[in-house]
Structure formats: C-alpha cells, structure tokens
Design a protein around this ligand. Sequence first.
Ligand SMILES: *Cc1c(COP(=O)(O)O)cnc(C)c1O
Length: 355
Amino acid sequence: MSRYWSDIVHRLVPYVPGEQPALAKPVKLNTNENPYPPSPRVLEAIHAELGEHAESLRRYPDPVSKRLRAVVAAHHGLNADQVFVGNGSDEVLAHAFQALLKHDLPILFPDITYSFYPTYARLYDVQYRTVPLDDAFAIRIEDYAQPNGGVIFPNPNAPTGHALPLAQIEKLVAANTESAVVIDEAYVDFGAESAIALIDRYPNLLVVHTTSKSRSLAGMRVGFAFGHPDLIDALNRVKDSFNSYPLDRLAQAAAAAAYEDTEWLHTTSARVMASRQRLTAALAELGFDVVPSAANFVFARHPSHDAAAISAKLREQEIFVRHFNAPRVNQHLRISIGTDAECEKLVDALKGIVK
Ligand SMILES: *Cc1c(COP(=O)(O)O)cnc(C)c1O
C-alpha cells in the first residue's frame, strides 16, 4: 500500500492466475493449457516473420489485424466487420465490460464462474449480481429473466465444465433484448455448441473465443469477439482509446496459421476429449464425483478427502491441479486434461492419496 495509489487501486481484487512452476517437467494440470503443441503451420508462419519478413519488425503491426480477421471470419462464415481481435480473450472481455456491460443496472453472471468477471467489474466500476447455479452446477436460463445491464457467462462454464445446449442460449438471448449477452466460449471446441450461429439474428449477442485452449497458443495471447458490427465498433472504440496495437506481428501470423489448419484442431481436440472420458472413469473408480464436462478439464470432489489437502499432496509430487477457496466449490478440484501419460501419473498419485 502507498499513499500514491489511486482509490480504484485500493479497491481492486486482482485475479490470481494458476501457478507456472519453475520445474523441469511438472505435471501441469492447473491452467487448462493444451497438452499438445500448436499446428506445425503456426511454427512455419512464425519462422517466416522472423526470416524473410524480419525486416518489417521495425514497423508497427497492422492495428486492426486485417488478414487475421479475414481468415477467422471466413472460418466461421462471418464478415470481417463482425470480428474483433484482442491480446488474449481476457483483454477482449475487459473491453466488453467497458464498452457493453457498464450501464445503470447490475449485470448478471453465475455465482460459480470465471473469477475474472468480478475483477473486471471492480476495475471498471460495473455493478453486478450473481445468480446461483442449480445443485447440479447448471445455469438455469429462467433465473436471468430479470432487469439487468447485461449478462455474461462461459459456455461451457468454468470451472464446472457444464455446457448449455444452443437452444437454451438462444432462449436467453431472445428474451434479453434490452442489454448485451456475452457468451465466453473459451472451451467450446471440446464438445459444446457455438452461439456464433445466432449472431446474424441477434444484435445483442457477443461471442468471445480464444486461441489459448483448443489451438494451443496460450503463449501468443490472441482472442476474438464475434457479433453485430455495432458491438464490434464499440470494442474498437475502447481498443483505440487504450492500445492501438494489441497484437504483435508474430501473434497475428501465428493465429492466422492456426485457423488455416482445422484438421490439427480436430485431431488434438478429439484426443483431449477421449482422454477426458478415460480420466473421468478413472476418477469415478477412485470414488470422486465428477461433473460431466464439455471442456478440457474436469471438476471433481472426493466425498471423504479434503480438496486442499489432496492438492497439497499432489503438489509434493510435482503434480499441479487448481483448487478454488470459494463458497460451494472449496471441496472441488479443477483438473486440466493432460497427455495420457500425465493423466496416468495423476491417477497413480491419487490412488496413493485416497486409498
Ligand atoms: C482461459 C479463459 C479465458 C482467457 O483466455 P485468454 O485468451 O488466454 O486470455 C477466458 N475465459 C475463460 C472462461 C477462460 O477459461
């Protein structure tokens, strides 16, 4: 603390990211990174930026990522003016809070959800009200039928992995025409339905994507928003009042190459989903209750072992999972899907802990 701090800094409750341990080979199942590398085409694109195009590094990158937006728009069957690009989807979400969710009424999001939402709300002075998930950790769309300044949640939700069918999302978006609905689809490629299909019909819908999870590019920081051009315009107005060049040249080239290799996406996502099924069965065999997941992680609790204690014992064996010390979920662990070898190490370690 310092007397030089602004009032807002005194009031902030910063998001705490998962640990990045400085170990040679940790079993790192705590931040939902992809266990597989990005497409080889991504590496080729980065090499080209550093080789034949290296001379252009002295120049600023394209401020609006025109080529990347065209590639991604084509991939999703959209127009480029329906696409916004940011430095990771966290930045895209932050801009959405300022550009679309800051109004006189409180915004709504689930009580158990991505913990960055309340952080952004405090940073930008956005009022919010949390809406409890049901006992099976599902979002009940009916509960959002109340006056609001906007609605935001992930689908699949984090950290539960629970996904809502597209028909439920459409019901919410159709009933909530007075404010924006933001669907954060960070994990959609691991088995949920995307609301991008609704964009042409609902001018209040913003869908947010990231290359960090299913496209194995967490290290490049590239995220997107898809929506009506007026919503995209609002995000661009905030961006150009904040940082005109959010994406460097390497990130723009890498992300475009990732979207040009859909086969890689499908192959690696299918492997993650198959591993998820095996890990879910192995955890159930050890007595864990596992929430059915449509994401690249599972959310599980053991009825007779404390979650924080399990996490600490795993850590001693250099196995990292995520524990949230929060109401309703402090007996759960969020476990990212690793390679099959990593999942086996986890299950072996858990056998020693819970048996
Ligand atoms: C990982 C995650 C993000 C952030 O992704 P970045 O693009 O890496 O900033 C956003 N929303 C949810 C729900 C996530 O889990």
